[in-house]
Each structure stands twice: as C-alpha cells, then as structure tokens.
Design a protein around this ligand. Structure first.
Ligand SMILES: [Zn+2]
Length: 59
C-alpha cells in the first residue's frame, strides 16, 4: 500500500482566485491560470475553528 501515516496533507491557497488545494507535497497549477505562486496555509487551516468543529462532529 502506497499510503500510510506518513502521508499528510498540506494546504495551499491560490493568491489570485483563493481556491484552496490540499496536497501532501505541492499543489497542481491552479485552473485560473495565474503565475502567482500559491501560499501554504497548512498552519492556518489546522487552527481554524471551522475545521475543529468538523472534527468534533466526527467523534
Ligand atoms: Zn487560482
């Protein structure tokens, strides 16, 4: 199996259109076609209350 506990998603946001991508390494080119590099927001996402609520619902 290629997947396992080592695989951990990182989150990136396109600074042009604000689309968020999740990828373990680097995101695909954004479909909006911008040359602006994506900004990693992994840390922001994990402290985001919205995502914390989702985890609480899950348990
Ligand atoms: Zn974009």
């Amino acid at each position: 199996m290629p997947t396992g506990p080592m695989l951990r998603l990182r989150f990136f946001v396109c600074q042009q259109c604000e689309t968020v991508f999740a990828d373990p390494e680097r995101p695909p080119p954004c479909s909006c076609g911008t040359d602006v590099p994506m900004r990693e927001i992994t840390g922001d996402v994990q402290t985001e209350p919205y995502f914390t609520e989702l985890r609480d619902v899950d348990t």
